[in-house]
Ligand binder design. Structure first.
Ligand SMILES: Cc1ncc(COP(=O)(O)O)c(C=O)c1O
Ligand SMILES: *[C@@H]1O[C@H](CO)[C@@H](O)[C@H](O)[C@H]1NC(C)=O
Ligand SMILES: *[C@@H]1O[C@H](CO)[C@@H](O)[C@H](O)[C@H]1NC(C)=O
Ligand SMILES: *[C@@H]1O[C@H](CO)[C@@H](O)[C@H](O)[C@H]1NC(C)=O
Ligand SMILES: *[C@@H]1O[C@H](CO)[C@@H](O)[C@H](O)[C@H]1NC(C)=O
Length: 415
């Protein structure tokens, strides 16, 4: 009996995070102490542990390149896909690791065969690279009429019924929609979409779905079997803490044969996994750190606790900054807020020139950076939350922004 109680106590103790969240975690990262990383979302930041592991893989490859490329790295990648597939709940054969979301989006869009009357839909909040790839397709391969943008505003981004209604109106008008591209968590503005409902809806319409989940893995729970997308991409170096760059590409089984990497190499006409594995000689070390990032996270806390800390911090930071700036936050329904939030700026930044002046001032004089955007006639900045951040960091940044804009006289203030 005593042993059982003892065991229970140990298990209870183990269920708590080993580290408290916030600044006490900063020593685990390589961030410059004078720099407040309020923009984790753009590039991620890998823990020191991940850098050590990265160097171990690189050394292994240098010690015996033949053994590494012909044997070891293949086994390591197999094991990695198995481990990662458990984390995102899918068949390990349905996912591969690639360099980045751009490579995945390009491979998919340039592989799919379209009839001249078939169309692709996407939303105005799509990432710039996605829009430009579609522009390339519409000028080089398709016609302008085949690529259609749907405009979302501050209401439709946070009301799935309205969003679907708006989309349905367009589907009714153009009829032959083959593919729709949407974000899981968009970049700027950052919005967490209810993709489960969206996927169910578009599948019922027989439309293929390509999801840009660049910001999703590690930021929110990701269950690919439950979501059941056709194509799904997520960068692991943003929120999962791997080394840059590494990215998960999931393709539903019956579609895998249709998609080829942009680079053709030895895997051509082999299995999906083989075709994407070898795209010329490369350093696989970043990919392999996915396994270590999953281990690292477990030493910090439960996955749910990591998601919750970042989500709550993003929400609180949003309220704090909106209050400091007498402005507003874009998303009122917290269900649509991920680990990033969008706060209306206290000034109107209506040209790229003005935006660049403020960017440079923030980087050069204050050593911080915030992405900014005009959306639905208002001007917002995006902040990221992260396990090494605390609410007072956002207070500091809020003051910095007010200070910076008081120096740049030409910026008209909000009020
Ligand atoms: C929505 C979205 N898609 C894609 C990307 C990045 O693509 P890549 O990995 O090719 O740089 C980002 C990066 O910020 C993003 O926010
Ligand atoms: C993104 O992936 C493509 C294809 O693998 C590669 O050519 C490109 O260099 C990658 N970009 C970066 C910045 O690694
Ligand atoms: C699209 O084009 C194909 C072949 O050109 C044709 O068979 C099909 O009926 C067309 N579909 C619609 C909806 O117009
Ligand atoms: C993922 O979804 C499936 C199917 O809905 C469910 O059975 C499973 O328990 C989920 N996994 C997790 C980890 O939530
Ligand atoms: C916000 O409003 C308060 C009260 O009206 C005012 O004192 C403060 O200066 C305002 N701050 C900014 C940044 O506009």
């Amino acid at each position: 009996m005593k042993i059982v109680i003892c065991l229970c106590l140990i298990l209870y103790w183990l269920s708590f995070p080993v580290y408290p969240f916030g600044h006490s975690l900063l020593p685990l990262f390589s961030l410059d102490p004078s720099y407040i990383n309020i923009n984790h979302g753009s590039y991620g930041s890998a823990p020191k542990y991940i850098h050590e592991k990265l160097q171990e893989y690189q050394l292994k490859a240098e010690r015996n390149p033949d053994r590494w490329f012909r044997l070891d790295v293949q086994i390591e990648m197999e094991n990695l896909r198995k481990k990662l597939s458990k984390y995102v709940n899918c068949d390990p054969d349905d996912l591969v690791i690639i360099d980045n979301v751009s490579a995945g989006i390009n491979s998919i869009l340039k592989s799919l065969k379209f009839q001249s009357n078939e169309t692709i839909l996407y939303y105005n909040i799509a990432y710039g690279m996605v829009k430009l790839t579609l522009q390339y397709l519409s000028t080089e391969i398709f016609t302008q009429k085949q690529i259609i943008q749907i405009e979302l505003n501050h209401q439709t981004i946070q009301n799935t019924n309205l969003l679907l209604k708006k989309t349905q109106d367009i589907i009714n008008k153009i009829k032959n929609v083959k593919l729709i591209i949407f974000d899981h968590i968009s970049s700027i503005p950052a919005i967490l979409f209810d993709i489960e409902s969206m996927l169910k809806y578009f599948h019922s319409q027989g439309i293929l779905t390509l999801i840009d989940g660049a910001h999703a893995i590690g930021a929110i729970e990701l269950n690919l079997t439950k979501l059941n997308p056709d194509f799904y991409l997520s960068n692991t170096h943003k929120w999962l803490y791997t080394h840059r760059s590494s990215c998960l590409l999931y393709i539903k089984k019956d579609l895998q044969k249709l998609i080829h990497p942009i680079i053709t190499s030895f895997g051509y006409l082999q299995s999906f996994q083989n075709e994407f594995f070898w795209l010329g000689t490369k350093d696989y070390s970043s990919y392999l750190t996915i396994s270590d990032a999953l281990d690292f996270r477990q030493t910090i806390a439960n996955e749910i606790d990591i998601y919750n800390y970042n989500h709550q911090l993003a929400i609180q930071a949003g309220y704090l900054l909106a209050q400091m700036w007498n402005s507003s936050i874009l998303i009122s329904n917290e269900k649509f807020i991920s680990t990033m939030n969008n706060i209306e700026l206290p000034v109107i930044i209506n040209t790229l020139d003005k935006m660049n002046i403020l960017y440079q001032k923030l980087i050069n004089q204050y050593n911080i950076f915030l992405p900014m955007i005009e959306f639905d006639k208002k001007f917002y900045c995006r902040i990221s939350a992260q396990i090494y951040m605390e609410l007072n960091d956002y207070q500091t940044v809020g003051k910095i922004v007010l200070d910076a804009i008081s120096i740049i006289k030409f910026l008209p203030s909000l009020k």
